[in-house]
Design a protein around this ligand. Structure first.
Ligand code: ATP
Ligand code: MG
Length: 448
């Protein structure tokens, strides 16, 4: 049996694999309790069980409860096929191609139900097998071979994510020594790390995300190949990387995550232009300040705006490009517009940015040029702009990070709080203190 199990461990044979053995931990020896699960999670587990299927809570739902925390969402693994699950829940939809899964919808809560995934031991000849395919880089293009509970456990990414909770007898089932790693606060890949990263490079980002969020360390063998394999992320579709970036920076541990990403060379495939600008001396203090703010907001239960976060993450790249263009003699305003187009154009090749986020992101940047211009009606027009608040927050970050002198931010703070008459007075004070300068055109630099 053990031999059979070991043959399912991806990458088996390359290195001495860890010994895996199923361990069932009874109710009185763990702290997962039914009452900690959401009603929808219990409902889905119950209905699958009643219909005669096996169904377990898995992933973050078990891990975070064992750690005494509150799970972000609940994932369920079952031996029912996606079609069978879909049939059982009217409020569900089949999604995914790479992994076919079912989302069962309960208002805002989504329960993700996956069918036990197998590791088709003969997956080497998978070119012809349409259910499980890998690319020349070892990337798993599709993985829809179904299997047993054991196989499912060993196809999961990290040991602490491969713990199952059975709602029938309240046991926690551990196939990969996940409990031990949980106790030692370690992120450890199941199987041979290099193979597993090649199958799905996003696992490198997940390792960092969990390490940052749980305050765990990445176990040495799991950590070792990351720096070298980080460029594999360029093979991942930009839309998936966009989603991962959001998860990385909106979980409330953005600044730690940022440091880890840089440490493991993982920031470059996500934000190539930003990393290039920073390596050429562009400061990244604004990014840090933005992430500190975001982390604080999350701690207070507030939401995070993807457009604001992207505006900050790309700011060093935009600054470098904008300056380069001005040094080449382009006037400041057109240089900004060209730089914005270029930075976004390049970024979407790495991570997609849906229009609903890229449009407000542009506005935040463009408003940075309008905020200093307050004469006449301008201040009122700017204040009424739907993106004013975000642009003003962004301006404060620029001041805090020392990029520009402080003063303008305070002016806008006062202006927002002032009565109309006072506002008019503030504007005329600006007019007399800071007469509009004639724009001084630089001589165009000689072209070489
Ligand atoms: P979170 O709290 O962020 O939801 P999670 O561990 O539940 O953390 P999910 O992305 O919800 O993560 O995925 C649920 C489970 O599916 C994981 O715990 C893991 O077992 C498995 N899984 C997810 N992504 C992968 C992957 N890329 N490779 C292997 N297993 C994965
Ligand atoms: Mg989850």
């Amino acid at each position: 049996m053990l031999k059979k199990l070991l043959s399912y461990i991806p990458g088996n044979g390359k290195k001495k694999p860890r010994q895996f053995e199923r361990r069932d931990i009874p109710r009185d020896q763990h702290n997962v309790s039914r009452t900690l699960l959401s009603d929808p999670a219990k409902k889905v587990l119950g209905r699958l069980n009643n219909a005669g299927y096996e169904a377990y809570l898995v992933g973050g739902g078990v891990r975070d409860v064992l750690l005494g925390g509150k799970p972000k969402d609940f994932d369920i693994a079952t031996n029912a096929t996606p079609e069978e699950v879909h049939e059982l829940f009217r409020n569900s939809r089949l999604i995914g191609r790479r992994f076919r899964i079912v989302h069962v919808l309960f208002g805002r809560e989504v329960i993700e139900v996956t069918t036990f995934r197998g590791n088709a031991a003969d997956s080497d000849n998978d070119e012809e097998d349409d259910d499980r395919r890998t690319s020349e880089h070892g990337l798993l293009l599709r993985d829809n071979v179904y299997g047993s509970l054991e196989e499912d456990a060993l196809r999961r990414d990290f040991t602490v994510n491969a713990l199952y909770y059975c709602i029938r007898d309240f046991t926690v089932i551990d196939f990969a020594n996940g409990l031990e790693d949980l106790r030692n606060r370690q992120i450890r890949l199941i199987g041979d790390p290099e193979t597993r990263y090649r199958e799905d490079p996003v696992r490198m980002l997940r390792a960092v995300r969990f390490a940052a969020r749980l305050g765990f360390t990445i176990e040495p063998e799991t950590e070792a190949p990351i720096r070298e394999l980080a460029p594999l992320l360029t093979h991942i579709p930009p839309a998936r990387l966009f989603d991962e970036v959001l998860k990385l920076f909106s979980a409330g541990y953005g600044e730690v995550t940022y440091d880890l990403l840089r440490e493991y060379n993982l920031l470059a495939p996500l934000f190539p232009e930003t990393v290039r600008a920073i390596n050429q001396g562009e400061p990244d203090l604004l990014i840090r300040k933005a992430l500190q703010n975001t982390d604080k907001r999350v701690a207070q239960g507030k939401s995070v705006s993807p457009h604001f976060m992207f505006a900050a993450m790309l700011w060093p790249a935009l600054q470098a490009e904008w300056r380069r263009r001005q040094d080449n003699g382009e006037p400041v305003q057109p240089a900004l517009h060209q730089s914005i187009a270029r930075v976004i154009g390049r970024q979407v090749q790495a991570t997609a940015i849906p229009k609903r986020f890229s449009a407000p992101m542009k506005e935040i940047w463009e408003l940075q040029m309008r905020l200093p211009r307050r004469q006449g009606k301008r201040a009122f027009v700017t204040l009424a702009h739907p993106r004013f608040r975000a642009a003003y927050d962004f301006l404060l970050l620029r001041e805090e990070s020392g990029e520009i002198e402080s003063g303008l931010g305070q002016w806008w703070t006062d202006f927002q709080n002032a009565e109309e008459r006072e506002q008019t007075r503030m504007i005329s004070a600006v007019g007399s203190n800071a007469p509009r300068k004639k724009r001084r055109r630089k001589k165009p630099a000689s072209k070489d």
